[in-house]
Design a protein around this ligand. Structure first.
Ligand code: SF4
Ligand code: SF4
Length: 184
């Protein structure tokens, strides 16, 4: 085996066949020294893809919403339309906002008005437990608000637009009283 290896001629750039000019033209792609670089670039790309996929999975788990990983973002749930008593037009937006912990996006999409009735569930192609997902999203928003992580003037704007449902108004008002002039 060792003998065989010893007798294998070393391939040089110039010794490669020139019968097919097309192959010769792209020959540098297959040269050993270039292949090492390509291989490492491929590894780096795979590492990047793997890390971003891991983050996509880790974030929803960290937010206690592992189910949201299965959301296709297909938007079939938008068909709920007037069957949503809170007049929420984009349920998938709530799902994605809750998954990534984007409180502003969640509030703007009407998440704090959701009464978790479950009407939209029958439109979800993977039958996600949307009321639970939205409930966790709402609780995360309230935690962020009470911890002062959402700027006060932004909350005032959301209140003016009527983006907080009745069940959260008292809690938000309490926070306003307690926080006084504090801004985040
Ligand atoms: S669970 Fe929320 S978003 Fe879904 S239909 Fe009911 S109120 Fe609308
Ligand atoms: S129908 Fe279900 S899977 Fe599709 S976007 Fe809505 S929540 Fe996600």
């Amino acid at each position: 085996m060792a003998q065989e290896k010893k007798n294998t001629p070393k391939r040089e750039d110039g010794s490669q066949p020139i019968a097919l000019p097309g192959i010769r033209r792209f020959q540098f792609f297959s040269n050993l020294r270039d292949r090492a670089l390509t291989k490492n670039l491929n590894r780096l790309a795979m590492l990047g893809i793997g890390a971003s996929l891991a983050l996509d999975v880790a974030k929803p788990i960290a937010h206690d919403l592992p189910q949201t990983i299965f959301c296709y973002e297909c938007r079939a749930c938008y068909a709920t339309q007037d069957r949503c008593p809170a007049a929420i037009a984009y349920q998938a937006e709530l799902n994605v906002a809750a998954r990534v912990g984007d409180h502003t996006r969640f509030i703007k999409a009407g998440g704090m008005k959701c009464i978790r009735c479950g009407s939209c569930v029958s439109f979800c192609v993977v039958n996600l437990d949307l009321p639970r997902i939205f409930s966790v999203g709402q609780e995360r928003v309230m935690e962020a608000l009470e911890a002062g992580r959402i700027p006060r003037d932004r909350i005032e704007g959301f209140l003016r637009e009527g983006l907080f449902g009745r069940e959260f108004i008292d809690r938000v008002a309490d926070w306003f009283d307690k926080s006084g002039g504090r801004t985040a």
